[in-house]
Design a binder for this molecule. Structure first.
Ligand SMILES: Nc1ncnc2c1ncn2[C@@H]1O[C@H](COP(=O)(O)OP(=O)(O)O)[C@@H](O)[C@H]1O
Ligand SMILES: [Mg+2]
Length: 238
C-alpha cells in the first residue's frame, strides 16, 4: 500500500510558540490510524497543520499527501484534493443555515440533503450552523458536512467527545460505513486519522496503527488496542 499521508519531522508554531517539535507519522491508503495523547500535547494542532489552517506556522519538515508536498498549500486547495476535517470544537456560524452550506459545498447536494435523515439532522436544515446545537448535534452536523464533501482523507478530532451515547453510536456507525474496507462506492481509497481520548470510536473502526503524542512529538507507535489498554492502565506516564 502506498502512503496517503506522510508527515516528516514536522515543526509547527502557533501563537508564536513551538507546539509540534518534529512529528513523524504515516497513514497508508485505505487505512485508519489512531492518535492518542494527553490534553495540550498538540494533537489538534497536528490536524490543523494537515488541513492547512492559517493559525499555524510550519517552521520545519513537510507534509506529503498522495506523494505531493502540500506543506504550503492553502486550506481550500487541500480540501479540493480530498482532505476533510471534523473539528473538535467548531465555531458557531451565524447567518449561515446548514442546508444552504450543504447545497453550496456538497459534491452532490441532493444526496447530501437526503443523507441528513440518516444523521437525524433533517430538522436542522433551516438552523444557523451550530447555534444552539447540543454536543451530539454539533458532531452529527460536522460529520454530515464532511461526508458531503466525499473526502479521501478524513481527519476526525475527538468525534465522540461531549456526545451522548446514542449520537456516539450513530457517528460510529457512519464512520464505519465511510471507512469500510478502506474504499468508497467509487472504489477510491479512503483513509483516516482519528484522535480519541476515550477509545470509544475504536469499537466501530478497524484501525491499523496507533500513535501517542506527548509534548509535541510522537512518543510511541504501536497496535492501537494495545496502546489504549496501556493508557487505561498506566495513563500517559511522565
Ligand atoms: N493558536 C494558538 N495560539 C497559542 N497557542 C496555541 C494555539 N493553538 C494551540 N495552542 C497551544 O498548543 C498546545 C497544544 O494544543 P492542542 O493541539 O489543541 O492540543 P491537544 O489537541 O493535544 O489537546 C496547547 O498548549 C495550546 O494552548
Ligand atoms: Mg485537541
Amino acid at each position: 500500500m502506498t502512503d496517503m499521508l506522510k508527515i516528516v519531522d514536522l515543526h509547527v508554531e502557533a501563537g508564536g510558540r513551538p507546539i509540534l517539535k518534529g512529528v513523524d507519522l504515516t497513514v497508508k491508503e485505505g487505512e485508519t490510524s489512531i492518535l492518542f495523547g494527553p490534553n495540550g500535547s498538540g494533537k489538534s494542532t497536528l490536524l490543523a497543520s494537515i488541513m492547512g489552517y492559517s493559525t499555524i506556522n510550519v517552521t520545519g519538515g513537510k507534509i506529503l499527501y498522495k506523494g505531493k508536498n502540500i506543506t504550503d498549500m492553502p486550506v481550500d486547495e487541500r480540501a479540493k484534493m480530498g482532505i476533510g476535517m471534523m473539528m473538535q470544537r467548531p465555531p458557531n456560524i451565524y447567518g449561515v443555515k446548514l442546508g444552504d452550506l450543504l447545497r453550496a459545498t456538497a459534491d452532490d447536494a441532493e444526496t447530501a440533503i437526503a443523507e441528513a435523515d440518516r444523521f437525524r439532522m433533517e430538522r436542522f436544515m433551516d438552523r444557523e450552523i451550530n447555534v444552539g446545537f447540543s454536543g451530539g448535534e454539533i458532531k452529527r452536523s460536522e460529520l454530515l458536512q464532511l461526508t458531503a464533501q466525499r473526502p479521501e482523507l478524513l481527519l476526525l478530532d475527538e468525534p465522540e467527545s461531549g456526545v451522548d451515547l446514542e449520537s456516539i453510536d450513530l457517528i460510529g456507525r457512519k464512520v464505519h460505513d465511510i471507512l469500510e474496507e478502506g474504499r468508497d462506492t467509487n472504489g477510491r481509497h479512503v483513509s483516516s486519522l482519528v484522535i480519541t481520548h476515550t477509545g470509544q470510536i475504536m469499537d466501530y473502526i478497524g484501525a491499523k496503527n496507533g500513535y501517542v503524542m506527548k509534548d509535541g512529538v510522537v512518543d510511541r507507535v504501536g497496535d492501537p488496542m494495545d496502546l489504549l489498554k496501556e493508557i487505561r492502565l498506566y495513563g500517559y506516564g511522565e
